[in-house]
Ligand binder design. Structure first.
Ligand code: PGA
Ligand code: ZN
Length: 402
């Protein structure tokens, strides 16, 4: 693949913060990618390069300068060749020199070019590259936003509806119906109904249980829908204890709270139930509840194959969250998926709280046959773009199998 032109520019994410969008050109094709940004981050994520004023000017210069030069001098025949080359060019463990945002924008755009060159959809390219079987993911729709994404109006960052209808088209329809029904219920109960960073409602309640009582009503009317949460517990830790609705919990007490919630509301999954530093508690919850509930690691493992290996060895979790920008290349994201599947675990592909219109994660989730995809609430166009892409992928898959 020979790249003969590279351009990059600043665009805004859903929070109005600046982020990078890169376009690569060959003689025949062009492909664009833009990179999201997290707020409740893990400490070991690959580093997005931001200037002191919050801009991504240096990251853009790295793409249009140093990276564009090597792209013009080399012909890369696989995505792994390119990714390995970019990692070596960067020369740091965490991609902090060139920026994980700069590197990933090139890696994703290049994946799109490879797919175009082969005349196959992006999800098919990902599946062929990863050696995985494409399949429809469940939708993990963050309908009520809390934590760092919503001024801690709710202590738990994400109250999620998990929807697994027979087709993605049906799942997306159910997501829209459920989201609008929940909106009506909340407006009935509350005077004020703000929205959160991930395009979900962000109500305030006096009890931890109230959001789940409402979700239970929605779930009870449907066959293929259940409840999940992302505690993002890094953000709840204060000293050695966790603070939810101004009440302090020791790790043991928090485990007890989860146990009660699981018993009452039959959660499908719990993500980041404890802080990344509190590994012992991860092991305990997985041992205690891991048979009935999927325990997903996000900040704990940050899509890093080595950290996933460690989590497998110590049985901290039994599923991984996969966010490409936590690790910074497509190939390493695929490595993280392999570590997950080798352990017999499930993978849930995820967006970030500051999103763009890029829909790469939809192709990734379908291409690796992920258990689920987190693409957010339905009140933001940048999240809806992912759901629409999933519906298109389903049509593409039907055409290919005809
Ligand atoms: P982030 O949150 O994108 O702000 O890191 C998402 C998550 O915790 O899953
Ligand atoms: Zn998370």
């Amino acid at each position: 693949m020979h790249i003969n032109r590279v351009s990059a520019r600043t665009i805004s994410d859903t929070r109005g913060r600046k982020t990078i969008e890169t376009t690569l050109f060959t003689d025949e094709f062009e492909a664009t990618a833009s990179i999201p940004s997290g707020k409740s981050t893990g400490s070991k994520e690959a580093k997005e390069l931001r200037d002191e004023d919050g801009s991504v000017t240096t990251a853009i210069h790295n793409v249009t300068g140093e990276i564009a030069t090597v792209l013009s001098e080399h012909n890369f025949s696989t995505i792994r060749e390119l990714d390995t080359f970019l990692c070596e060019l960067d020369g740091t463990q965490d991609k902090s020199r060139l920026g994980a945002n700069a590197i990933l924008s090139v890696s994703i755009a290049m994946s799109r070019l490879f797919a175009q060159e082969a005349h196959i959809p992006l999800w098919r390219f990902i599946a062929d590259t990863a050696g995985t079987t494409p399949a429809s993911p469940r939708l993990f729709v963050n309908v009520m936003n809390g934590g760092a994404h919503a001024g801690f109006r709710l202590p738990i960052q994400e109250q999620i509806l998990v929807i697994g209808e027979k087709t993605l088209k049906e799942s997306v329809t159910v997501a829209h119906e459920a989201f609008s029904e929940l909106g009506d219920m909340l407006r009935n109960e509350l005077v004020d109904l703000p929205m959160g960073d991930e395009g979900g409602y962000s109500p305030s309640f006096d009890t931890i249980e109230r959001p789940f009582e409402l979700l239970s009503t929605i779930v009870s009317k449907r066959n293929n829908t259940s409840i999940a949460i992302d505690s993002a517990a890094n953000e709840l830790l204060d000293g050695n204890e966790y603070v939810l609705l101004k009440k302090r919990y020791t790790p043991t007490q928090l485990l007890e709270l989860y146990t009660q919630l699981v018993k009452r509301f039959h959660f499908h999954a719990i993500e980041d139930p404890f802080a990344e530093s509190d590994k012992q508690s991860f092991a305990e919850i997985t041992k205690k509840l891991g048979k009935e509930v999927i325990i997903i690691g996000d900040d704990l493992i940050v899509t890093n194959p080595k950290l996933i290996e460690d989590a497998v060895e110590h049985k901290y979790i039994n599923a991984t969250l996969i966010k490409p920008n936590q690790i910074g290349t497509v190939s390493q994201t695929i490595d993280a998926v392999h570590k997950t599947y080798d352990a017999g675990w499930r993978a849930v592909v995820s967006h970030r709280s500051g999103e763009t219109y890029d829909t790469f994660i939809a192709d990734l989730a379908y291409g690796i046959g992920a258990h689920g995809i987190k693409a957010g609430g339905l009140a933001q166009q940048q999240r809806l773009a992912k759901y629409e892409r999933l519906r298109t992928i389903e049509c593409e898959a039907t055409e290919l199998s005809d």
